[in-house]
Design a protein around this ligand. Structure first.
Ligand code: CU
Length: 176
């Protein structure tokens, strides 16, 4: 299920505060709360970690990193900086954080902000490979917010099709 817009956020907040209010009034009891679906908000950012040096300090890698994963970038000496021809640069696209946990039947709000990379083709699948968030292009400078419930124990897999296999994130769903 997907909800959209401000109303959806308010509705999600209502789920969270509803549980809190219930705890204050003593119903449901604290022992029951562990079995109640909870609201969980996850904020991730798509980032590119970058590093650079120059050939007078360190020889460039013998294998082009971009051949190891589409999520790794490489600018060889001469390509990285025309004014500093010895300079070389590497990068790696990531979701940060790339590992979060939730409990079975939790209501999840997943909000991803794209800080680096102009385009990412992102999809979320459940532990059986069923599509939860259909693959779509997410662009730099935008925040993408999705709502879903996790009804299976195991790893939900967020992956970028452009920068696979290294640009992934896992939502690990634990049993009660
Ligand atoms: Cu990507």
């Amino acid at each position: 299920m997907q909800w959209h817009g401000i109303g959806a956020v308010a509705r999600h907040a209502a789920i969270v505060t509803g549980i809190s209010a219930g705890m204050l009034t003593g119903f449901p009891t604290a022992a029951d709360v562990g079995a109640q679906p909870r609201g969980h908000s996850f904020y991730m950012t798509a980032v590119e970690f970058r590093g650079s040096t120059s050939t007078d300090k360190l020889a460039p890698p013998s294998i082009d990193p971009s051949k190891l994963s589409q999520g790794y970038t490489y600018k060889a000496p001469g390509q990285a900086d025309s004014l500093a021809p010895r300079r070389w640069e590497v990068g790696s696209f990531q979701f940060s954080p790339s590992f979060v946990t939730a409990y079975l039947d939790d209501s999840i709000m997943l909000s991803v902000f794209i800080a680096d990379g102009d385009h990412h083709d992102v999809q979320l699948t459940d532990p059986d490979g069923r599509v939860i968030i259909a693959k779509a292009t997410w662009d730099r400078g935008r925040e993408y917010t999705k709502f879903f419930q996790v009804d299976k124990v195991g790893d939900y897999h967020l992956e970028c099709g452009i920068h696979r296999p290294s640009m992934t994130a896992t939502i690990m769903v634990l049993p009660h």
